[in-house]
Design a protein around this ligand. Structure first.
Ligand code: PAF
Length: 303
């Protein structure tokens, strides 16, 4: 397949390498417009700690016009910009897959005629140096249609291509439920680890029990209006199980704060807060954490 990956972050480069390993694929990359220098080669350290190099092919307008699949792996706050710059350069039949943390309201973005999917991944990957990523943990990919109409043959080819490159992968017909589950996990783990400056596993301590319950109860009340039914017990079990499995990890939001970068708070607890506002529901704990993270971002900018 002709595939263009957008974003040179941990997940974008993981996909680039794994897809490019298959000679049937023609893979290219679009780097962020903020990147000052793009190398000719990129490095990849696999799950067995073996490092290899790959030629970096940058996507130009001609490559984009022939792309069959676009894998958009940018932060949630760059999705709108990525769509705007792409819209008139790709064919109306090119599938777009979005892979990011948090919830983006696609109704507020430029209208796209093609089939758009979201991909939720639990694979672990980290940037060791610019343009060198390491695959740190095997995981699972859930893929589901979010807008447009799926073309069966095209969809089957895409699923085979992605599942071969980075197993395992499920095409889900309940992707909205999975997105909400991931959102709830991120709403708890990300701000609490960032504010308290702790590894994910620390959240298993008794002192976080009450705040986790309050956050999840608020999320459940908002999710209900979007047609999602969750029980507190079920959701809490999932959150604590991810905190256990990723116990030694530094969450993405904690890393962003430590590295003085913008966080995805507006698309995580901020999404809950804004949705609740439009529904006239009160979510004080989610609102408080959103404000605390924004204060940390601001303090980082001023130093
Ligand atoms: O954003 C993250 O860091 C991850 O999605 C998760 C699951 C919270 C684990 O660190």
């Amino acid at each position: 397949m002709n595939i263009t990956v957008i974003g040179q972050g941990a997940i974008g480069l993981l996909w680039y390498h794994r897809l490019a390993e298959n000679s049937k694929n023609h893979v290219s990359l679009i780097c962020s417009s903020r990147t000052t220098s793009v190398p000719k080669e990129i490095k990849f350290t696999d799950i067995n700690n073996i490092t290899s190099s790959n030629v970096l092919i940058s996507a130009n307008n001609q490559i984009l016009a022939h792309a069959e699949l676009i894998l958009c792996c940018v932060k949630s706050y760059h999705v709108a910009e990525a769509i705007t710059s792409l819209k008139n350069r790709i064919g109306s039949n090119a599938i777009i897959i979005f892979c990011h943390n948090g919830m983006v309201n696609f109704k507020q973005l430029p209208n796209l005629p093609q089939a758009c999917y979201t991909l939720l991944t639990t694979h672990g990957s980290k940037v060791i140096q610019p343009f060198h990523v390491q695959h740190t943990g095997l995981g699972h990919n859930d893929l589901g249609l979010i807008t447009g109409t799926a073309q069966q043959e095209q969809q089957a080819e895409m699923v085979t291509t992605l599942a071969t490159a980075l197993p395992s992968l499920t095409l889900s017909h309940h992707i909205k439920e999975k997105q909400w589950l991931k959102l709830a996990i991120n709403c708890v783990i990300n701000p609490l680890t960032a504010i308290n400056d702790v590894e994910n596993g620390q959240l298993l301590q008794q002192k976080y029990n009450k705040i986790i319950d309050k956050l999840l109860t608020e999320i459940i009340s908002v999710a209900k209006y979007e047609g999602m039914q969750f029980s507190l017990d079920e959701l809490k079990t999932q959150v604590l199980s991810v905190a256990t499995m990723t116990g030694k990890n530094c969450s993405s939001m904690r890393s962003d704060i430590l590295k003085k970068r913008k966080t995805e708070i507006d698309y995580i607890n901020g999404y809950i807060t804004n949705t609740a506002k439009s529904l006239h529901i009160k979510v004080p704990e989610n609102e408080k954490l959103t404000l605390q993270i924004k204060a940390l971002e601001l303090a980082n900018c001023q130093h």
